[in-house]
Design a binder for this molecule. Structure first.
Ligand code: BDR
Ligand code: CA
Length: 309
């Protein structure tokens, strides 16, 4: 079977970094490029983190820098979760691996238009790059196979009571994506809060001792501290869920919903509002992952780490 061509659009970010590890370990994905957006930290920092993580895991895909701020708003970063560097924890070596001198949306357009197979987009940060891509180059839609994204929440938010971080940072871009007509699979907080790496599993990973296993363990050491404070029993691996959907969809339970993105709410800006009326006539625009086989998911992540040696 041919591999699935994908472009990963990320803002590393601890869980973005783990999503990259999971993706690059998979035989099922053909990663045509990694593009970066400002999000968890400023673009300068998320790009630097992407360069270092990819280089450390021995992968040098085509890389391009995207937006340094949301389409119509100022950037809000998640320093409390990801630290001053956006990837606090492991000391990753400097690298000469660099982004290409082409904006992310132009690299995405080139790859999508030239691909013999439809390309799947995997955004794990704010949807700014996708929003700009679909607005500037609507012709790409005909060769995008789908979008597998981490973002939103049906029952809860995290960055506000109603909204999840990736969507709240750039709700206008998210609205463009959700109204694009593209096939969307969404991993909201409802599923990612169940995708927990538990302390015992973290220690097993550290014990494995491989360089990627140790990097991921050190990432989780930092990232987990914030989540312990919020009462989580483990570290929620949000972004790897969007990759896992492409590798092992059978571990997820899904529901199809029509999702609207709130862009102007007094209390609810950034909310991904699902029409859950059984009698609704609104056509679903997203397959929403609502549950996950946690053990199977964590074993995918751990095996991915171990596969690097
Ligand atoms: C999302 O926000 C970021 O902090 C994480 O990287 C993830 O993409 C979770 O709300
Ligand atoms: Ca992210």
């Amino acid at each position: 079977m041919s591999k699935l061509p994908v472009i990963i659009d990320c803002d590393p970010g601890h869980d973005d970094a783990i999503a990259l590890v999971l993706a690059f370990a998979s035989e099922k994905l053909d990663i045509r490029a990694v593009t970066v957006t400002g999000g968890n930290q400023t673009l300068v920092k998320t790009l630097n983190n992407a360069r270092k993580v990819l280089s450390y895991i021995g992968k040098r895909p085509r890389l391009a820098a995207g937006a340094d701020k949301p389409m119509f708003r100022n950037l809000e970063v998640a320093e409390a979760v990801h630290g001053n560097s956006g990837l606090d924890g492991p000391a990753l070596p400097e690298t000469d691996y660099k982004e290409e001198p082409i904006p992310a949306i132009d690299l995405m357009r080139q790859i999508i238009m030239e691909s013999a197979l439809p390309v799947t987009l995997v955004p794990t940060g704010p949807l700014t790059n996708l929003g700009i891509l679909l607005t500037a180059y609507p012709e790409v839609k005909k060769n995008i196979g789908g979008v597998s994204l981490m973002g939103g929440g049906i029952e809860t938010g995290n960055w506000s009571a109603a909204a999840e971080f990736n969507i709240l940072v750039d709700p206008e871009a998210a609205e463009i994506v959700f109204t694009s007509g593209l096939p969307i699979t969404m991993c909201p907080l409802d599923v990612t809060h169940k995708a927990l790496l538990l302390p015992g599993e973290l220690e097993a990973l550290r014990k494995h001792g491989g360089k990627v296993s140790v990097m991921v363990a050190e990432l989780v050491d930092f990232y987990y501290r914030y989540h312990v404070g919020q009462g989580f029993a483990g570290a929620p691996l949000h972004d790897p869920c969007a990759v896992a959907w492409l590798i092992a969809p059978e571990i997820f339970t899904t529901k199809d919903y029509h999702i609207s993105v709130e862009t102007r709410g007094k209390y609810t800006t950034g909310m991904t509002f699902a029409d859950r009326r059984p009698w609704t006539t609104a056509k679903p625009n997203a397959t929403v992952c609502i549950d996950i086989d946690r053990v199977a998911f964590i074993s995918l992540v751990i095996e991915a780490c171990k596969s690097f040696g």
